[in-house]
Design a protein around this ligand. Structure first.
Ligand code: ATP
Ligand code: MG
Length: 414
């Protein structure tokens, strides 16, 4: 893409009412637009990064055998009444409205109830199980506080997956598989070293649930970790009893600030029994379906990556998440840059060409703020030195490469 065709402008300052560093930088770089507290529009740069995160997640979900679908944002009151979760005193983040007929509807903050109910049309016998489904959905939550930018929105993108299994054993097998899939995802996002499968508050069927917590100073959670034993415990369940069960002493644990980037939850058969999701087994017996839910905060992850990696010049994102891999900048030398740009497009290199008629300093400052991992400068100076200058966003030194060396290098890295 040519930067002259990108409508967004970078900004020197973030809006005064924006306190979160991730949102300040994302707004200044032109990834997002703040509509109101907790509601951000995704602009071209933002949507490219979000799509890349989604694609990493999608690949792992598909690999685990899950089917992608998309539920509606509007939800029926009856379903949530049945499980006792329509009440604002029980679920304090509901946005609700009314149809013209006067009937009440809810705006989806979660899809556990609607998906369980929908499955009654598709699950009847043991032959129909197990089933795993997932979606990328924009959730609406009337959060009390929305001060963490992309990390806590009133409108945000979640990946939610749901599993439906015949029995506990089948359920457990998938639950483990999902932990593995999530670990792969965090590996690809470049934050596996700092992300912990964490014991957290459970539900009616299990003592604990598992959260994926990523070390991040701007996060809202506190967990206790032991890297050698690979144990992490959310402070909300840090009791003598928990420590004993997990075979670890409080002194062996390190306290860290984290953001919950994902979580997985076992419902057992509770929700299915309440909503009437049953199947018939081999012997003709009617049994409730085992259900689990598995979330990942897609937009929160972008916020966390910005918080973790940004420096004083701006955003720094991993190669596979940045909106573009290559930022081509010309200082004069339009024709040479145009030739190189076209060559890169031919080789499917994900490139943004800053073809604007601006001073070099402005182009470089924008490039650092946006945080594209590979900066290529073509100028009189670089041509004299033998080609183009390649500088990584995370390094201060640069190298001169010939056009063909550069193309070879960039295609090899894909
Ligand atoms: P939290 O404890 O942070 O409030 P939660 O336990 O309510 O989150 P879930 O309902 O399980 O979260 O949602 C799944 C994932 O969606 C979370 O792990 C988190 O990454 C993300 N998420 C939850 N709430 C928000 C929000 N308001 N804004 C952005 N992402 C969110
Ligand atoms: Mg939580």
């Amino acid at each position: 893409m040519k930067q002259s065709q990108l409508f967004t402008k970078t900004q020197k300052f973030a809006p005064k009412d924006e306190q979160a560093r991730n949102a300040q930088l994302l707004i200044r770089a032109g990834y997002i637009h703040k509509e109101m507290a907790g509601a951000y529009a995704l602009l071209p740069l933002g949507i490219r990064s979000i799509e890349k995160i989604k694609q990493i997640v999608r690949q792992e979900m598909n690999r685990s055998g899950a089917n992608e679908l998309l539920m509606t944002g509007l939800q029926k009151k009856e379903l949530w009444d049945a499980t006792g979760r329509w009440d604002d005193k029980i679920v304090d983040v509901w946005f609700k409205s009314e149809l013209k007929s006067g009937a009440e509807v809810g705006f989806g903050w979660s899809h556990e109830e609607p998906i369980c109910d929908m499955m009654k049309s598709h699950i009847a016998s043991f032959r129909d199980l197990p089933v795993y489904v997932y979606q990328f959905q924009t959730k609406l939550r009337n959060e009390l506080r929305a001060k963490s930018g992309m990390m806590r929105g009133r409108e945000f993108v979640m990946k939610d997956m749901y599993s439906f299994a015949r029995d506990e054993q089948e359920h457990e097998a998938f639950y483990q598989e999902c932990i593995n899939a999530y670990s792969m995802i965090f590996e690809e996002l470049g934050i596996s070293e700092d992300t912990f499968v964490t014991f957290a508050t459970g539900g009616a069927f299990t003592e604990f649930s598992h959260e994926f917590q990523t070390i991040c100073d701007a996060g809202e959670d506190t967990i206790y970790i032991n890297r050698e034993k690979n144990i992490a415990i959310n402070e909300e369940v840090l009791t003598q009893n928990t420590l004993k069960k997990l075979g670890v002493k409080k002194e062996e644990l390190e306290k860290v600030r984290t953001a919950e980037t994902g979580n997985i939850f076992n419902f057992g058969t509770e929700k299915s029994e309440t909503l009437g999701l049953y199947y018939t087994d081999e012997s003709g017996q009617k049994l409730p379906v085992w259900m689990g839910s598995y979330g990942i905060g897609i937009t929160r992850i972008l916020g966390v990556l910005v918080e973790k990696f940004a420096d004083d010049k701006g955003i720094v994102l991993p190669e596979n998440i940045a909106p573009f891999r290559v930022h081509l900048i010309n200082i004069g030398k339009e024709d040479e840059a145009d030739r190189l740009y076209k060559k890169m497009l031919e080789k499917n290199i994900d490139v943004l060409w800053d073809d604007r008629n601006l001073r070099p300093g402005e182009k470089f400052a924008d490039s650092d703020l946006i945080g594209i991992p590979n900066r290529i400068v073509i100028s009189d100076k670089s041509i004299e030195a033998g080609g183009v200058e390649l500088k990584k966003r995370t390094e201060s030194s640069s190298k001169i490469l010939s056009d063909s060396q550069l193309i070879k290098r960039l295609t090899k890295e894909i």
